[in-house]
Structures are given as structure tokens and as C-alpha cells.
Design a protein around this ligand. Structure first.
Ligand code: ADP
Ligand code: MG
Length: 375
């Protein structure tokens, strides 16, 4: 038929825009928890405690002993694009974490009741602030407020209450409280594996015993044993893979601990803990950290699982923990960091090299085993 008249373009109402934007970042309690954990770790915390009510939908509280937040920063804390981690455009390409968007707390304040209690070493008391829609507001009166002095330890406690109270469609997309709680535990367990020197604790509000508790100053193997059990821990292979870029590869053992990739943006290094063929699970357990952020890469997952094809019975899967450090400039910053999939420069080559290394290690192992049986 004949073309109809175009409808006028209208500006969306600002609170609606903010809620839509918030929903892109905070999908469920576990995604809010991930943001808070990253903030606590960025603040140098060595103890992080989570308290959860109703799968995090009623309350999600994170207490850390990090460096705290200055009182003077509290008024803009939950505004969009406020961050202490990025100040100039050139930082954007050099920043070593993903925690630079300054959107997490802002987003949370649009879809939940947010409150912060924080104390720096220099403060003589702690300060409490409550936020609604990005601003310091008392949720009871709806009026603008100021931070109030209160008792508290060094560090920061962030409480998120009534998540999605104002976005019913988000709320109805959530699963049962027990499923949301197990997602929370899953994120916490993975960060605990990646940060064995930090003590993590997670419990339901009112429960005397934590569901997760790790000591500080542990190491990766001990953490895996504690959190994933002996059946995985006793079959682990530990390896390192790296590439200097420009095709130059270094020997696995020639690499120092915690070495960051430097120089050209093609260099990277990876540390792996993965099970041998004796461990056979129904579903793959895969922990992928890129530059210390928990991310998903279905392509990486598929490639690593394929590396086991010749050693594992059909229908069984391994445990793999992979920490990959790449030049931050190589991470595609245009893909939103909270999107499920992350993309990075030379993805294919990096994936291939890591998968090959796993395959070699597995082959070596099965070779030495058959040799043992012969003698
Ligand atoms: P981003 O982490 O991208 O900077 P967020 O909204 O997550 O943005 O946090 C905003 C700012 O609030 C951070 O840059 C940091 O300065 C401060 N902040 C948030 N959580 C903490 C915390 N647990 N300890 C200390 N500072 C924090
Ligand atoms: Mg953050």
C-alpha cells in the first residue's frame, strides 16, 4: 500500500532511559554482585563478605576492607560515568581493568535502593549515604540528603535492597531465590579461585554458618581443592603459555609470576589449571578471567573442550581455569564488558595456542601413563 506518514520522533523520558541503561548492566543479583566484587578488589580489599536475603532480591550486601571512599566523593558516587579509575581519553586504552565505566553503582541506584557505608584510613568515623536514581536521596522521604556520620570499620559496605522493585519485567524474569543464590555463590567461588590471597565469605542473612568461606593468603591449588573438591584437585595440571607477539614464543618456564604483558599489543600470557583425563564431568566447568575480569568466551570454551576429544570419553568434560593477561588495548572496548561474550585482538591465534598447549600436556600425560603400565 501507499507509504504511511512517518511518526514524529520523540525523546524518551530520562528515568526510562536510565532504567533501560541499568538493565543492560544489572541483569540479576549475581551481575550486581560481580560489579561489587570487582570494586572491592579494585579497592585493594583482602577480605570480602557477602550477606544475602532471598537470593539477593531482597538484600545483597558486600562488606570489604579496601581503601574506602572519600566523604567528598560521596555526592557523585552513583552518578553515571563517575569513576576514580579513568580520567583522560588515553587512559581508556591503557587502563588495566574493565572497571572504568563508572556505571555500576549508577545503574544499581536506578533499579534498587542503594546505600553505602564507607571509611578511609584518614577518616575518624564512617559515613553513610543512600541513593535513588543516581543522587543522594533519602528513600523514605524522597528528599535530597547528605552523608551522615556513623560507626564503621575501614573499608566499604554496599547494600542493595529490593532489586528491580521499580522494573517489574526484570523482576519477573528472575528465577527462584535458590537459583539466584546459587548463581551468586558461583560468581563468588570463581573470584575466590582467581584471588586466593583474598578471604571471601558468603552467607544468607540470619544464618550462623557461611555457605562459602576462604582463608586469606591461600594459593590457587588449595582454593580449587577447597571450593571444587578433591576429585578435581587431585587431577590438576598446571601450565603457563605465553607469546611475545610478532610470532616469537617463549618457553613456558621462562616466565615470571604475575608478569604483565608489556611492549607491543600482541604479547600475552596465560596461566592454566586443568584436569587430566581421569576427571570426567557431565558438564564443563570453565573459569575464564581476562585481565582479572570474569568473562565468557564461547569460542574459547569450545576450543578447549575440543582439545580433550582424543583423551576423554564422549559426553564427558573437564574442569579448566584460565587466567589470560593481554594488552588492555587488545580488548575490544566497543563490546560492552558486561555482555556475555568478550572479544579481543588475535583471538583465534591465542585460542589455538592455548588449546594446543592443553592437548600437548594431555598427550604427554597419557603417554607417561601407558609407559608406567608397561613396566
Ligand atoms: P567503576 O568501577 O567503573 O569506576 P562503579 O560505579 O563501579 O564504577 O564505581 C564508581 C567509583 O566508586 C569507583 O571508581 C570507586 O572510586 C568507587 N567505589 C565503588 N565501590 C568501591 C569500594 N568497594 N571501595 C572503594 N571505592 C569504591
Ligand atoms: Mg566498578
Amino acid at each position: 500500500g501507499p507509504a504511511s506518514e512517518p511518526k514524529p520522533i520523540r525523546r524518551l523520558n530520562e528515568t526510562l532511559i536510565n532504567k533501560i541503561a541499568a538493565g543492560e548492566i544489572i541483569h540479576r543479583p549475581a551481575s550486581a554482585l560481580k560489579e561489587l566484587l570487582e570494586n572491592s578488589l579494585d579497592a585493594g580489599a583482602i577480605s570480602i563478605k557477602a550477606t544475602v536475603k532471598e537470593g539477593g532480591m531482597k538484600l545483597l550486601q558486600i562488606q570489604d576492607n579496601g581503601h574506602g571512599i572519600r566523604k567528598s566523593d560521596l555526592p557523585i558516587l552513583a552518578e553515571r560515568f563517575t569513576t576514580s579509575k579513568l580520567s583522560t581519553f588515553s587512559d581508556l586504552s591503557r587502563i588495566t581493568t574493565y572497571g572504568f565505566r563508572g556505571e555500576a553503582l549508577a545503574s544499581i541506584s536506578h533499579v534498587a535502593h542503594l546505600s553505602v557505608v564507607t571509611k578511609t584510613k584518614a577518616d575518624s568515623c564512617a559515613w553513610k549515604a543512600t541513593y535513588v536514581d543516581g543522587a543522594l536521596v533519602d528513600p523514605k522521604t524522597g528528599q535530597k540528603t547528605e552523608p551522615r556520620p556513623c560507626a564503621g570499620n575501614d573499608g566499604t559496605t554496599i547494600s542493595i535492597e529490593d532489586l528491580f522493585y521499580n522494573t517489574p519485567t526484570r523482576l519477573s524474569a528472575l528465577r527462584s531465590t535458590s537459583e539466584e543464590y546459587s548463581r551468586i555463590l558461583d560468581v563468588m567461588i570463581k573470584y575466590a579461585i582467581h584471588n586466593p590471597s583474598v578471604s571471601f565469605m558468603c552467607k544468607k542473612a540470619g544464618s550462623p554458618t557461611p555457605d562459602l568461606s576462604t582463608p586469606s593468603s591461600s594459593d590457587t591449588s588449595t582454593s580449587i581443592r577447597l571450593l571444587y573438591g578433591h576429585s578435581i584437585a587431585k587431577e590438576l595440571i598446571h601450565s603457563k603459555v605465553s607469546s611475545k607477539g610478532k610470532g616469537k614464543q617463549r618457553d613456558e618456564d621462562a616466565m615470571d609470576e604475575d608478569e604483565e604483558p608489556d611492549g607491543d599489543s600482541e604479547s600475552w600470557n596465560a596461566e592454566l589449571y586443568f584436569t587430566n583425563a581421569n576427571y570426567q564431568a557431565k558438564k564443563m566447568i570453565f573459569l575464564l578471567f581476562i585481565n582479572h575480569r570474569l568473562v565468557e568466551s564461547p569460542r574459547m570454551k569450545r576450543a578447549l573442550e575440543a582439545a580433550y576429544q582424543s583423551v576423554l570419553p564422549k559426553g564427558t568434560s573437564p574442569f579448566v581455569y584460565l587466567s589470560l593477561l593481554i594488552d588492555p588495548r587488545a580488548v575490544d572496548v566497543n563490546v560492552h564488558p558486561t555482555k556475555r561474550e568478550v572479544h579481543f585482538l588475535n583471538e583465534e591465534a591465542i585460542i589455538e595456542k592455548i588449546a594446543d598447549s592443553i592437548q600437548e600436556n594431555l598427550a604427554k600425560q597419557s603417554h607417561s601413563r601407558s609407559f608406567e603400565y608397561q613396566t
